[in-house]
Design a protein around this ligand. Structure first.
Ligand code: PLP
Length: 423
């Protein structure tokens, strides 16, 4: 940078520093430039808003938190086990919770992890970050669904991966499109997928495509990162909805790393999750975790284990499925009642989200200010795609999970009015 000399022989940088202004951004590491992240910050900043009907964040309903039971468990652990619950834990997690999570996986996925194949993480995003940190060099190719979860995009971009999108349809990721890209020479290191009730679309991947993706991973030698954040939140409204197709990790533990989280089925305040996959990879993630947060909080690990072994987790999940199923139905009913012709949306069979496509030409980023003025919030579609994709401008993610039943219709009516005003 050219120095601009001022009166006292100080360049502009010196003068700014003398005046107390420092340009910290100028010193940012190059790898942060592609990061983005303002969208997640904006979503979380609305977490405490009380006068806005907010369909923005993927937050669980606080009424699902079993506060009395948790208070009892916390009091008991702190009184009786401070040497464990208030202490550091092993980086891979305490033996008790690993055994508990292992048992859950045997029940939910039909497969228990073998020796060294499971670790406890600090939520689902921790697994993605640890994987990216350990395995991605700048320019390595990572394939994601288009659209996909913002946190996943950020983890891969943060390590300067060459991130490519593959579209989705009603049966999940277009594995045939991926197969064509692979046949054309694309060589991803990682393929990231959210097969069950995906964020942001609410769509799920068919059993046939799961098997096809696993076959491709073996043939072309890439790792599938399977994010099962919403897997256990099927509504069960139709046969098989409550029991989604097999997890890819259960189909192919040799080429799949499963990232799980307790944020949506227990509480995000605990920041608890798991990673299950090849022992060689888990060992690397454990090393990477040692110099991030060293271990998930031991109090949370012990509380989750006690809560789960007491049967409370199963009860919470059963009640959550009913609650979110009802809210999903209220949301799609309201969309049918209020949206203008030409708008379409997904009908989720589980999870937290409806993906709304407005008529062509509607700019949902531009409209979010008008929505805020009407005291309603959503996340525009564009950030869920890669920056250069040029799509998603007329799309919206609606998270119904934390909107009270009696506010859903009113909230959707306000969004519909804002959309109509742009036509
Ligand atoms: C698909 C998906 N994966 C992972 C996460 C992150 O989970 P956690 O809060 O446990 O890090 C989320 C949260 O919104 C998500 O939607």
């Amino acid at each position: 940078m050219t120095a601009v000399t001022g009166q006292q022989g100080l360049d502009r940088g010196d003068q700014n520093r003398e005046a107390g202004h420092r340009d910290w951004d100028e010193r940012l590491a190059r790898r942060t430039h592609a990061l983005g992240g303002s969208e997640i910050t904006a979503i979380l900043s609305l977490a405490g808003a009380t006068d806005v009907i907010t369909f923005s964040g993927g937050f669980p309903e606080p009424a699902t938190f079993q506060t009395g039971t948790l208070a009892d468990i916390a009091a008991r652990l702190i009184a009786e086990e401070p040497g464990v619950a208030l202490q550091y834990s092993a980086t891979e997690g305490l033996a008790g919770i690993r055994e508990y999570v292992s048992g859950r996986l045997a029940a939910t996925d039909g497969r228990a992890p073998g020796a060294g194949e499971l670790m406890i993480t600090s939520g689902g995003i921790d697994c993605m970050e640890l994987l990216a940190k350990s395995y991605l060099d700048p320019g390595d190719v990572v394939v994601v669904e288009a659209p996909t979860y913002l946190g996943g995009l950020m983890a891969f971009r943060g390590y300067e991966a060459d991130v490519r999108g593959v579209p989705l349809d009603d049966a999940g990721m277009r594995v045939d499109v991926l197969a064509d890209l692979l046949a054309g020479g694309l060589r991803p290191k990682i393929v990231y997928t959210i097969p069950d009730y995906q964020n942001p679309t609410g769509l799920s991947m068919s059993a046939q495509r799961r098997q096809a993706l696993v076959d491709l991973a073996r043939r072309y030698d890439f790792l599938i990162l399977e994010d099962v954040a919403y897997r256990e939140l099927g509504f069960g409204a139709r046969e098989n909805d409550a029991a989604p197709p097999p997890s890819m990790w259960s189909l192919a533990p040799d080429v799949v790393l499963q990232a799980g989280t307790f944020s949506k089925i227990f509480s995000p305040g605990f920041r608890m999750g798991w990673a299950a996959g090849p022992a060689e990879i888990i060992a690397r993630l454990v090393i990477a975790k040692q110099n991030s947060d060293q271990c998930a909080g031991a109090l949370g690990q012990r509380m989750l284990e006690e809560y789960g072994r007491g049967g409370h987790m199963d009860r919470q999940i059963a009640a959550s499925r009913v609650l979110y199923g009802r809210r999903a139905r209220l949301t799609t009913d309201a969309l049918a009642a209020h949206m203008p012709d030409g708008a379409t949306w997904t009908t989720p069979a589980g999870g937290f989200y409806v993906w709304l496509t407005c008529p062509e030409g509607v700019d949902t980023v531009a409209l979010s200010a008008a929505a805020r003025a009407e005291k309603v919030a959503y996340v525009p579609g564009r950030p869920f795609y890669l920056a250069d994709a040029g799509v998603g401008a007329n799309q919206i993610r609606l998270a119904y999970s934390r909107v009270a039943d009696d506010l859903i219709d009113e909230g959707i009516r306000r969004i519909a009015d804002v959309v109509k005003s742009a036509l």
